[in-house]
Design a protein around this ligand. Structure first.
Ligand SMILES: C[S@@+](CC[C@H](N)C(=O)[O-])C[C@H]1O[C@@H](n2cnc3c(N)ncnc32)[C@H](O)[C@@H]1O
Length: 211
């Protein structure tokens, strides 16, 4: 956010979860809109965001909705904005963690192909509100399934590129540096040894630019 936005810019997160993006918006003085499918998770996010001081008096809003069909244009209009200056997406990593039982939840897709179709739909739906020349950061990891490494990150990258974005950076984020995942180091080591894999300890941040 520091790299690609200025104070007062608007950040849009289509998979808001427990609100990390919007908490950072408050800390860094950016307006933020987050869309989250699961009403319970959205409620938790609101509580966490409200705990965060808001020294720049920015607007931070979590809205319950399905990002495949959500009317981003109307919501930005209500905010008094026509465009967002940064798009952030941190979708479910296919079916690795089920976030709800809702059929519209990307973590409930029956196949990886279906997941990619739905993810592509979210990208297509949100793209019109991203200002031309601005950036889109996608946070995503790969998965192991049925004895194989599934390069989910690169599949998702491809879905974004198909929609006309420029690829600007592939950032490899090490789990060891992620506080929440530090405890899982031994679990991944064990899985790697048993499954014949190398130790799995990274995910990606793909940075795209809208032409
Ligand atoms: C990996 S988590 C996001 C985590 C987030 N970055 C945070 O700070 O907690 C993915 C989120 O996407 C939500 N989700 C899944 N399908 C969705 C959809 N169709 N529209 C909006 N949100 C969706 C899930 O409920 C889940 O909270």
């Amino acid at each position: 956010m520091l790299r690609y936005t200025r104070k007062g810019d608007l950040v849009l997160d289509t998979f808001a979860g427990s609100g990390t993006t919007l908490i950072e918006c408050r800390r860094l003085g950016r307006d933020g809109i987050g869309v989250e499918l699961n009403a319970e998770i959205a409620l938790k996010a609101k509580a966490l965001i409200d705990q965060e001081p808001n020294p720049s008096s920015v607007k931070t809003e979590v809205i319950v909705g399905d990002s495949k069909t959500f009317d981003f244009q109307a919501t930005l209009g209500e905010f008094g904005d026509r465009h967002a200056q940064l798009l952030i997406m941190h979708p479910p990593y296919d079916d690795i963690i089920a976030f709800s039982e809702d059929a519209n939840d990307l973590s409930n897709c029956r196949t990886t192909e279906e997941f990619l179709t739905d993810f592509g739909q979210v990208v297509e739906n949100a793209t019109p509100v991203l200002e031309k020349g601005r950036f889109f950061a996608l946070v995503i990891g790969d998965k192991y399934s049925k004895g194989q490494w599934v390069p989910l990150g690169f599949y998702c990258m491809q879905e974004v590129l198909k929609r006309g974005y420029l690829l600007k950076s592939v950032i490899v984020k090490n789990f060891d540096e992620t506080r929440a995942k530090r405890d899982q180091r031994e679990l991944w080591r064990y899985r790697a040894l048993v499954g014949g894999f190398y130790v799995f300890k990274h995910e990606y941040i793909f940075v795209f630019q809208k032409r």
